[in-house]
Design a protein around this ligand. Sequence first.
Ligand SMILES: Cc1cc2nc3c(=O)[nH]c(=O)nc-3n(C[C@H](O)[C@H](O)[C@H](O)COP(=O)(O)OP(=O)(O)OC[C@H]3O[C@@H](n4cnc5c(N)ncnc54)[C@H](O)[C@@H]3O)c2cc1C
Length: 488
Amino acid sequence: MIQDYEQHQALRDNYDFCIIGAGPAGITLGLRLAAAGWNVLLAEGGGREYAAHSQGLYACASTGLELYVEETRLRYLGGTSNHWAGRCRPFTPSDFAMAPPGDLPGWPIPYSEIEGYLPAAMDIVDLPPGSDFRAMNAGLEGGDFEADRFLLSTPTRFAQKYAMALEQTKGLDVFINCNCVDLEYDKASGHLVAVVLSDYQRNRQRLVARNFILATGAIENARQLLNSQSLVAAGVVSREGLVGGCFMEHLNIDLGTFILKSGLDPVPRQYYTTDAFINEYKAGKGNVTAALLADVQTYGRTAEVKYFLENMACDMGFAHKIEFVAKFSCPGDGVISTMIEQFPNLHSRISLLDEKDALGVAKVNVNWALSADDRHTIKCIGSELAKQFADMDLGFVKLNEFVYDTSVPLKMAPHAHHMGTTRMAASPEFGVVDADCKVFGTENLYVAGSSIFAKGGASNPTMPLLQFAVRLADHLNSKMRAANGAAA
Ligand SMILES: Cc1cc2nc3c(=O)[nH]c(=O)nc-3n(C[C@H](O)[C@H](O)[C@H](O)COP(=O)(O)OP(=O)(O)OC[C@H]3O[C@@H](n4cnc5c(N)ncnc54)[C@H](O)[C@@H]3O)c2cc1C
């Protein structure tokens, strides 16, 4: 049942699981764990709709590259799925097999650990069962790029699609307007004993449960851990260590422009780096889209904005006048855009500020930073693509200077894919959660969402994070059954 915490604050004290955050990760876990017979509390900070007092709690500082961090997250039931675009591409075995450059390891588990959860994740976001991720078009000859493969979810809006299930699933209590403001850790037992919940009037109460799962998105998952005095005092969380470190995005780079050879089919061309490319150049992965300006691909909400502006301009007969307002400089037939992998680096991080939000939780600073390895990836992808366009006689590519000259500042935008702030590793030396998504140094605190990604790859994060969420639900179900069996 969905209840408003502002109206009803009498919480039970016998929950098996307390999940913080009702976005795609939290809703998936809540429904699965309750369906398996457990008592679950799903605490969502926002209400049923957008509200400034909730969204305002996401306000943070930024000292790094521009991330639009307040615009690219939504703080209410359904989370950021309320405006995600629905593009889905699975990870591949090489995402898990190859370590990033530098001192940090890659994933501590093989791809086979999440492969089996792909059908369940596809079902959750309404992708047809058994459908292959189709190749969008021909690849580029030469071995560096293949045709990209992806599917588009409707896009599934989690609060709407799962509204009835959230209301009716036995054992599941969903509280909206219910904000987690602290995590209470007991060093002697190694257990998180309670979370502190707050309404918008700052009335606080403790909620005791057997297990806790943070599912508040990559920035907030790190913020909750960093904000907990008891976790920091016990040495489980270090404010200068891995919690909050290795923040990753996908790089949205305007590589340059191209003129297609006359007579060639002007369909958008979407390419993806091959494993041979990443092995040869020791570079990251990337999706490259070469599209004629009229066909620049837009999905979900951005598509709606594009159609709205096009229709308005045409209906009102001022399409030709737009150039008086904004004159675009587009020298070629088309633009080449990307979604490129960022490697994990500890300088790219979320850190705690002294300033507090309206509920008394410390705000954070986001320092999104790239490394020389990322500039190398961008350079390799740009220059190899231009070479292959020429080799195949497809047309002419004009790369932007910052692509091949790494001393020139990058022009770049993020993709709103926040990853890596509580990375998975085999040991606490290299990560925050273990292979079961449990926070190192705790017995019962888990993390869900793309903050656990050890590497970002160049696949959109939501479907893979759902694979991990379903896997975590399975693991917790088994763990609890074993614990209950042992106690009987
Ligand atoms: C414009 C846009 C387009 C996107 N398009 C795509 C795409 O095409 N493909 C793709 O794979 N991904 C896309 N994404 C990313 C996608 O939205 C996220 O990967 C996904 O929503 C993450 O799910 P989550 O459950 O981990 O976090 P979120 O969706 O961020 O949910 C977190 C939840 O936690 C709640 N919460 C936060 N703090 C607290 C607290 N203290 N107490 C209680 N509750 C709290 C929030 O209110 C929210 O409901 C897009 C994102 C944006 C912004």
